[in-house]
Design a protein around this ligand. Structure first.
Ligand code: NIG
Ligand code: FE
Length: 410
């Protein structure tokens, strides 16, 4: 059954914008009084509402009243929302001026969440994840990447990844799962970085593949986690096993983005510490540069050099990094809007970074723009002018979110 949705005051379909580099707002194609024709939750056409109605007299009409601006659903290509517990004490210590090391030494940090996540069973983790995914969905985020990384043992990583897969079937948001067993060397592992990575490669990843729990692996390259040499060893092997690669890179110190580009990672995420050499490397590569303003806000650190990355020609995506430690807020639009004022990003660059450029980071080709053949993953804001969406800095939320009911978990 064909369905015509509209009329919308404006539609921002976002196709035909470039994947990499600078975007000017004049390049945004705006359809006034627009409509979207769908069938089986796939988009058949996007255009003038009245013309679509005349050409499709039998289509069921989903009438939109009042001023509404329609755009593709957001794609959050980096989250850690499968976790138990919270880390409010870390935050209190951080805003009071304690260092990363001091917080970790007093029982905080990633390991604290590992302990709290291990204490939750799979059903509880699934339930918490569904709640967080549905909150994101209500805020217009129709596709959500979710990492493991708070299990850090064979059984506990599998528990997290199975919870992600189970949650994906219980929410209308689409989930993309990533194995982040290489988040840090677990405190209860008796061995070196290399030995832990070998354990993950030999014991965990074959099961992940067999049970179809994740098609991607991530690693945290940092002084407190894994060095570049061990990361290269791990990522090469994971790639040989058929996994796609993404990397936590250049958050506090550089080195990660070089590894990401060298192994042909889909994305290098964080980049707060990236300098001219890293920016150039990323811009010349096909690796998507993912900025995580939520982590900068949570840690009180500078943003990644988003403007410089775009000027150099990189593909820049914006994600929330929603996690209980460094980025507890999880409001993607608010974070993107606030960062864009400091980094001087155009509206087109922000919207691209939240939609089709984020899709590239996940190698997703069926959403992120509104065009024939794409899934009808869309959101409408209660305003007459798309400029208002960033103007209210994320306070204005979509009144309606559509997500195609396709179970394409991956
Ligand atoms: O992306 N940087 C490493 N990992 C997470 C933080 C996880 C945590 O603190 O629990 C991040 O910011
Ligand atoms: Fe992260």
């Amino acid at each position: 059954m064909k369905k015509l949705i509209g009329p919308f005051t404006q539609i921002l379909p976002l196709p035909s914008l470039s994947l990499k580099g600078v975007l000017r707002d004049e390049q945004l194609h705006i359809i006034p009084n627009g409509g979207v024709l769908t069938e089986n939750e796939l988009i058949l056409a996007v255009g003038d509402f009245e013309e679509l109605r005349k050409a499709n007299p039998k289509a069921e009409i989903e009438e939109i009243t009042g001023s509404q601006v329609l755009m593709p659903g957001f794609i959050d290509c980096h989250t850690h929302i499968c976790f138990g517990g919270k880390r409010a004490k870390d935050y209190a210590m951080r805003i009071a001026g304690k260092t990363y090391l001091e917080i970790a030494q007093s029982g905080g940090g990633i390991w604290d969440t590992v302990t709290q996540t291990r204490a939750a069973d799979e059903a509880m983790l699934t339930e918490l994840l569904v709640q967080r995914a549905n909150r994101h969905l209500a805020e217009g985020v129709t596709t959500i990447e979710v990492k493991s990384g708070y299990g850090l043992s064979l059984a506990e990583e599998l528990k997290q990844l199975r919870a992600i897969k189970a949650a994906a079937a219980k929410t209308k948001a689409k989930m993309v799962s990533t194995c982040l067993a290489a988040h840090m060397v677990p405190k209860d592992f008796n061995g070196s970085q290399r030995e832990y990575l070998e354990y993950v490669l030999h014991e965990l990843l074959p099961v992940v593949r067999e049970e179809n729990l994740a098609a991607r692996v991530d690693i945290f390259i940092e002084q407190s986690a894994f060095d570049a040499e061990n990361a290269l060893f791990y990522l090469d092997k994971a790639k040989q096993m058929g996994f796609e690669i993404t990397v936590h890179a250049d958050q506090f110190t550089t080195g990660g983005s070089k590894v990401a580009v060298e192994v042909g990672a889909l994305s290098a995420d964080h980049l707060e510490a990236s300098g001219a050499a890293e920016i150039e490397l990323l811009a010349e590569s096909n690796t998507v540069a993912v900025t995580l303003p939520g982590a900068s806000l949570g840690l009180g650190m500078p943003y990644a050099p988003a403007r410089k990355l775009l000027d150099a020609g990189a593909c820049l995506a914006i994600a929330s990094d929603w996690n209980p430690g460094s980025a507890p807020m999880g409001d993607l639009l608010m974070q993107a809007a606030v960062m864009s004022a400091s980094e001087k990003l155009t509206t087109a660059e922000v919207f691209a970074g939240l939609t089709y450029r984020a899709a590239a980071a996940l190698k997703i080709t069926n959403r992120g723009i509104l065009a024939p053949g794409m899934l009808a993953d869309m959101q409408a804001y209660p305003c007459a002018d798309y400029h208002e969406i960033l103007y209210y800095q994320g306070k204005m939320k979509p009144g309606k979110v559509w997500t195609a009911d396709f179970n394409d978990f991956g």
